[in-house]
Design a protein around this ligand. Structure first.
Ligand SMILES: Cc1ncc(COP(=O)(O)O)c(C=O)c1O
Length: 351
């Protein structure tokens, strides 16, 4: 390895997957549905053909699935790329952006890249209050990034709280609601944001196909906002930014909603099974409503050792040290066999 190897600022989960139980990147371990795999196979021979310029077929399918205007949708190579486009389109160097202390890492990485000034809300309580967060914003705030549910803490807020929050924020401030894990929440009090765009044109919702839709490897996500905001974003979007196969896979995945509902139910059951099964006194479990849980240790050294121990047992999890949480481990919820094995291995851990 050369000394000057280019380095990415983002510290991702483990890359191992063959022979491993992968609980490190909040993927859907069932993999894409049969219908999606068939569509990919059928279309692989057309990989020489450029995709549609702006992914019209997929945008139409998203619009149909969620009753939206397809003109107000922008596609990205993962919601990561949508977040990047948001920074490119709506910020300039020196602009103030707000996000929470334990927020998804890309908000701060892009803030650095785009030379914005981050103002951090300290969510030491994990389950933070939007009321308190609103107090941090002013007319100088350009963008606020909020994930609901949040990764890595799993904190959530409900619709009423969200609406009150948006009302308190200056109309010239863009509120980005990152709903990457929203499908896991079926509670009526929860709102992924799509239905609020009409009333609040400064709201921008981002969505991912990497989580419940099981397409993380294909890099596909999308954003939804007012026509004005989306028109602006298009000035910064590369042509053909999402691949032909990604668009086909995502389109088919959306058509397979029964499969999605089954995945939601599976996650719910497997998460409860995991929380109930884990009983090692060396860590505390923190449940979430998404597809992961957290384990909290007393000391960072024990958390470190635990990660190494799991790795030896061919299980990868995510140590949250790079998020400023060295005593916490994030564990994705896998399928029943994976979780049965994981529970057994975790409960046997000793120091
Ligand atoms: C809260 C949140 N937002 C966005 C992303 C990015 O997802 P993707 O670019 O794969 O759509 C992730 C990935 O883990 C995430 O946890």
């Amino acid at each position: 390895m050369t000394k000057n190897k280019p380095k990415n600022n983002y510290q991702g989960g483990a890359e191992e997957f063959k022979g491993f139980t992968r609980l490190s990147s909040n993927e859907n371990n069932d993999g894409p549905s049969h219908r999606v795999k068939t569509a990919i196979k059928k279309n692989i021979n057309f990989s020489n053909i450029y995709p549609e310029l702006d992914g019209e077929t997929l945008r139409n399918q998203i619009a149909k699935t969620y009753s939206l205007n397809s003109e107000q949708i922008v596609l990205g190579a993962g919601s990561d790329e949508v977040l990047q486009m948001i920074y490119a389109a709506f910020s300039k160097p020196g602009d103030e952006v707000i996000f929470t202390k334990y927020a998804f890492a890309m908000y701060s990485i892009y803030a650095k890249n785009f030379k914005c000034k981050p103002k951090i809300f300290n969510d030491a309580q994990f389950q933070f209050s939007l009321k308190d967060l609103a107090k941090l914003a002013s007319s100088n705030t350009k963008i606020i990034f909020l994930a609901n549910p949040n990764n890595p803490t799993g904190s959530i807020f409900y619709k009423d709280e969200l609406i009150q929050f948006i009302k308190k924020i200056n109309k010239n401030t863009l509120i980005v609601l990152d709903s990457a894990y929203c499908e896991y929440l079926q509670d009526k009090k929860y709102e992924n944001g799509l239905s609020l765009i009409k009333k609040f044109p400064n709201l921008f919702v981002t969505r991912s196909f990497s989580k419940i839709y099981a397409l993380g490897g294909l890099r596909i996500g999308w954003g939804y906002s007012s026509l004005k905001n989306i028109s602006r974003i298009y000035q910064f979007k590369k042509p053909f930014n999402v691949s032909r196969l990604s668009c086909i896979a995502a389109t088919e995945a959306l058509k397979d909603q029964p499969w999605i509902f089954k995945s939601i139910k599976n996650n719910e059951e497997n998460r409860k099974f995991t929380i109930n099964g884990l009983n090692n006194s060396l860590f505390k479990t923190i449940d979430t409503m998404a597809n992961f849980i957290l384990l909290e240790f007393k000391h960072r050294n024990i958390a470190n050792r635990f990660v190494q121990y799991l790795y030896k047992n061919k299980i990868t999890v995510r140590h949250l040290a790079s998020y400023g949480l060295p005593r916490h481990i994030r564990m994705t919820i896998g399928n029943p066999n994976e979780m049965k094995k994981t529970i057994k291995v975790c409960n046997r851990f000793n120091v």
